[in-house]
Design a protein around this ligand. Sequence first.
Ligand SMILES: CC(C)(COP(=O)(O)OP(=O)(O)OC[C@H]1O[C@@H](n2cnc3c(N)ncnc32)[C@H](O)[C@@H]1OP(=O)(O)O)[C@@H](O)C(=O)NCCC(=O)NCCS
Length: 176
Amino acid sequence: MLSIIETPRLLLRPFQPDDAYGIFQMDTDPKVMHFLGGVRLKTSAEAIQTVNHVIQQYEERGIGRYTVIEKDTGDYVGWSGLKLEKSDVKGYEKYYDLGYRLLQKHWGKGYATESAIASVEFGFDTLQLSEILGRVFIQHQASQNVLHKAGLRRFMKINATDFFYRITKKEYQERF
Ligand SMILES: CC(C)(COP(=O)(O)OP(=O)(O)OC[C@H]1O[C@@H](n2cnc3c(N)ncnc32)[C@H](O)[C@@H]1OP(=O)(O)O)[C@@H](O)C(=O)NCCC(=O)NCCS
């Protein structure tokens, strides 16, 4: 179910075609892509494909990442939110993943945390999920901080490079 999510400083809304410019800026920035395997996107056509892919996920999986907009300015901040992820981790072949990617100029303002908390609330209160996971690089302290502040806790070392974080509905109800 697609919605618009409002937080004190942000709007989270479904992707739309003109988000491709912001995606291009982020996905060609080596600092943004540092913990994500480095820059792979090269052309604006690929950024348009990325946007279309997320819009297709809304149709096929019922959910996907949301675009983050700064309410005061209307500026594009990045994306944040839930994705029905598929993986080869035993027992977690399908799971709801919390993720975020922001333009560098918006780092350090607490926006990732604010959007992550809102996404967790949306996942449990509106989508009625039973648990939400986040997969994060072991050395990525900033992202682990965001997951932690959104209520997720480290529960599995997947391999030499990645942790799983998780919050269950029961933990959410006890926490918030
Ligand atoms: C990860 C990311 C979303 C964090 O954005 P942000 O704006 O710094 O997030 P917030 O301001 O909400 O908070 C980040 C937390 O990490 C801390 N942090 C920021 N940079 C850090 C760093 N280099 N090392 C350790 N901690 C760091 C902040 O201090 C804050 O924690 P605190 O509130 O306890 O002090 C942003 O850096 C980003 O978009 N990175 C590129 C994409 C990415 O890596 N996504 C996650 C993939 S798992």
